[in-house]
Design a binder for this molecule. Structure first.
Ligand code: AAO
Length: 483
């Protein structure tokens, strides 16, 4: 389904990239649940290759479907899913089902395998389960993205390509995914979906179980979002997949980053029809993000993507994303890395054992964990999105350049100043008269505001002043943070 299966009134998920299951379970209870987040995309939970240096991408090289990975054991995974569901937070699994490992010989669950001979006894898959004979390129790899047959039948960067059209292979994948569903997982990111035939995926989805009714209600289907990088210019389109689930709309983060960076003559004022107006897929078909684990380090399709390295602009882009009613947002939650090393794994003890996430008194993270989702300006905007609900955009205002404002019905209102001069303006907020807490500059806690207080007059207007030199050149108010 395209429905994220969220608990009521929750609209923003987080990708806790490379976090351990024990940490995610704690995070659901102590932070994500209370702060209104809807779900967590977790790193691939199944057995993966162990590659020298322990790069993050070893987890995209499956060895078997045993639930023992760098993030933890099967027991820890089950505990996490239960505790997160109890906290009202859904778990979405990154499902790597297009291929098996190309490197290594012993997996994270201790299984021996031989990638050269395509022997993966932990499933078991053997040479017969891979599609080499279907691939017509000299190297056996995808050489040309303009040829859909190659993209589906040849190896992605040398990774042995599973024959998903074969019943035995499909059934093993279905068995794996159904086990996760029975544990209580609410949905899947389908990794490398571009490299699988839509009809095979449709067959696979049709064989998935309903979600457990005691947690989700009757007849609920798993949420599906496909990783299909479509920036235009290739024959394979997002829309080849949107009939079966949502697709990660990669144009969203690319375009939004370009606008906030003011590249190619872009301006914030052009965002007034962001979404289908910009050639993107329909709202309900899109899963969106500013950046993801690939393009924040130059993998996949990148360019001018904003990341935590450009924190001020990143907060502006994320604030717009969460204020604007389009798509299902997943916030990237990163660990710090050396930008000259695109393989660097998560903070660890040097033997490949991932460190615990450190939580500081001010809610931020330490120990190399960035935790964008714990930045005040970001978690408060997740709550803004919940307050805005399904209200439409109203009261759009712009200065013809990079100063914009809009409301979400009569529930929430945001102003962004990305010009290099200050904003000084009476604006219509659409909100009821009263005093509101600006959730960019502070928090609304126990009825009090630690940031700026914004007064909305009886006619719904307010006087807004935002200097271009402020740490966060934005103001955001909503009815759940009214004094
Ligand atoms: C590792 C090593 C490789 C080695 C391999 C096997 O790095 O050197 O050959 O092991 O030993 C991740 C890493 C890989 C890693 C892999 C396995 O990123 O580096 O390989 O784990 O450990 C394509 C796919 C897309 C994929 C993306 C990375 O379509 O599905 O490449 N993303 C997912 C995951 C990712 C993971 C895998 C898949 C594999 O999110 O983390 O890989 O499970 C074009 C195409 C895109 C294509 C890109 C990159 O993009 O359109 O579909 O993505 O090329 O090949 C402009 C264009 C844009 C174009 C882009 C780049 O922006 O507009 O369309 O340029 O050319």
């Amino acid at each position: 389904t395209k429905d994220p299966n969220s608990a009521p009134n929750r609209h923003t998920a987080v990708h806790l990239f490379e976090w351990k299951w024990t940490d995610i379970a704690n995070e659901c209870e102590r932070f994500l649940g209370p702060y209104g987040f809807s779900g967590v995309q977790v790193s691939p939970p199944n057995e993966h290759a162990l590659i020298d240096g322990r790069p993050w991408w070893q987890r995209y090289q499956p060895v078997s479907y045993k639930l023992q990975s760098r993030s933890g054991s099967e027991a820890e995974f089950i505990d996490m899913v239960n505790r997160c569901n109890n906290a009202g937070v859904r778990i979405y699994v990154d499902a790597v089902i297009n291929h098996m490992a190309a490197g290594g010989n012993r997996g994270s669950a201790g299984t021996s395998y031989n990638p050269g001979a395509k022997d993966f006894p932990g499933v078991p898959f053997s040479a017969w389960d891979f599609g080499d004979s279907l691939c017509k390129t000299g190297s056996g790899n995808i050489e040309n993205y303009n040829d859909p047959d190659q993209v589906r039948n040849c190896k992605l960067v040398g990774l042995p390509d599973l024959l998903v059209s074969k019943d035995f292979v499909l059934d093993k994948i279905v068995e794996f995914m159904n086990r996760l569903i029975n544990i209580g997982v609410a949905g899947f990111r389908i990794d490398a979906a571009k490299h699988m035939w839509p009809n095979d995926l449709n067959k696979l989805i049709g064989k998935l179980n309903n979600l457990p009714s005691q947690t989700f209600g009757n007849n609920k289907r798993p949420f599906i979002y496909f990783e299909v990088i479509d920036l235009g210019g290739e024959p394979i389109k997002n829309t080849d997949y949107t009939w079966m689930g949502r697709v990660s709309e990669f144009r969203y983060g690319k375009f939004l980053s370009e606008v906030v960076r003011k590249k190619f003559g872009q301006k914030l004022k052009y965002l007034n029809n962001f979404g289908t107006g910009w050639g993107m897929i329909p709202d309900g078909d899109a899963q969106i993000m500013v950046d993801n684990h690939d393009n924040q380090r130059g993998h996949g399709a990148g360019g001018d993507i904003l990341t935590f390295f450009d924190s001020r602009l990143y907060k502006i882009a994320t604030a717009f994303m969460l204020a604007w009613p389009y798509g299902y947002p997943v916030i990237m939650s990163s660990y710090n890395f050396n930008r000259n090393n695109d393989a660097q794994g998560p903070p660890s003890d040097g033997n490949g054992n991932t460190n615990n996430v450190i939580i500081n008194a001010d809610l931020s993270c330490g120990g190399g964990w960035i935790c964008e989702h714990r930045w005040r300006q970001i978690y408060n905007m997740a709550r803004f999105r919940n307050a805005a609900g399904f209200q439409p955009v109203q009261n759009w205002w712009d200065n013809g350049n990079n100063q914009i404002a809009f409301s979400r019905g009569n529930k929430a209102f945001i102003v962004i100043n990305n010009d290099d001069h200050s904003l000084d303006q009476w604006l219509q907020t659409g909100l009821p008269q009263g005093q509101y807490c600006d959730i960019m500059s502070g928090n609304f806690e126990q009825g009090r505001c630690t940031g700026k207080v914004i007064t909305v007059e009886g006619d719904g207007r307010t006087k807004v002043t935002i200097s271009n030199s402020e740490e966060d050149p934005m103001i955001a108010i909503h009815v759940d943070a009214k004094l």
